[in-house]
Design a binder for this molecule. Structure first.
Ligand SMILES: NC(=O)c1ccc[n+]([C@@H]2O[C@H](COP(=O)([O-])OP(=O)(O)OC[C@H]3O[C@@H](n4cnc5c(N)ncnc54)[C@H](OP(=O)(O)O)[C@@H]3O)[C@@H](O)[C@H]2O)c1
Length: 232
């Protein structure tokens, strides 16, 4: 019998993450697992031990990890009642730290504990949801200091990990994906009529298409939901 193909979504409780889980049901995966703060075992990006325990849990599942999809992230902070900064005068250390902890350090720890589990015998993928506003070359409007900078740092993590993965796992592809503007708790305060807004289902279908089409030499790149490459 063929071995089990595991697809793991971290942040499967979110708008895009939950839609990705639904899309995965139409794919080759035999075991679809969602982990996050409310799963069993729980995975909290602010707690490395929980990330390690979650990786041990995946290691003990039958089969191998073919897809690792990170759908976590923050843009504004409800507990601190803070919105992205419109000006450098609004820069706040606590809010900036939170952006970096969730959007950069959390995914970095996911890489540390989960990338060694990616299947080495067949194509395996690590994809993380970044954001086009993290592109330095595309920055035309300014603002959103913490979020932009955290996503730019996340992009650098992806590029760096792709270089290491080329040496350690020739079948692994590592990419950053911009999902488009998608209806969610995260984007709700910023949705404008003039923006193209996708439903989470639409975006997940598009992202799945991008992942299906990924080739080995796409590793280390930044794609948008339509499959176009975004310059760093
Ligand atoms: N929506 C958009 O328009 C848009 C545009 C560009 C980029 N993105 C990116 O897409 C990603 C997903 O966004 P979304 O719109 O789907 O947001 P969302 O619905 O708010 O989902 C965010 C997810 O992050 C998880 N999360 C937050 N803090 C966490 C922590 N400490 N530990 C573990 N998980 C944590 C949440 O888990 P809980 O359920 O436990 O809170 C939830 O699953 C983000 O990286 C975002 O930057 C979104």
């Amino acid at each position: 019998m063929n071995k089990e193909n595991i697809a793991l979504v971290i942040g499967g409780t979110g708008s895009i993450g939950s839609a990705i889980i639904n899309e995965l049901k139409n794919q080759k995966f035999t075991n679809i697992i969602s982990l996050g703060r409310s799963s069993n075992p729980p995975l909290d990006l602010l707690d490395e031990f929980s990330i390690k325990k979650a990786a041990d849990f995946i290691k003990n599942q039958p089969g191998s990890l073919c897809l690792l999809f990170d759908a976590t992230g923050i843009l504004h902070s409800e507990d601190q009642n803070q919105m992205p900064e419109k000006t450098y005068k609004n820069i706040d250390l606590t809010f900036m730290k939170k952006n970096f902890e969730i959007n950069v350090m959390g995914p970095a720890l996911i890489m540390k504990h989960f990338l060694p589990l990616l299947d080495t015998d067949q194509k395996s993928i690590f994809a993380t949801l970044s954001a086009k506003v993290g592109s330095i070359s595309d920055n035309r409007y300014g603002g959103w200091y913490s979020y932009r900078a955290s996503k730019a740092a996340l992009n650098q993590m992806i590029k760096t990990a792709s270089i290491e993965l080329k040496m350690k796992n020739k079948n692994a592809i590592c990419v950053a994906i911009h999902p488009g503007t998608v209806t969610s708790k995260l984007s709700q305060p910023f949705q404008k009529d003039n923006l193209k807004i996708q439903s989470n289902v639409e975006s997940a279908k598009n992202i799945m298409q991008v992942m299906t089409n990924l080739k080995m030499n796409d590793s280390g790149l930044f794609f948008d939901w339509s499959g176009d490459i975004i310059n760093w």
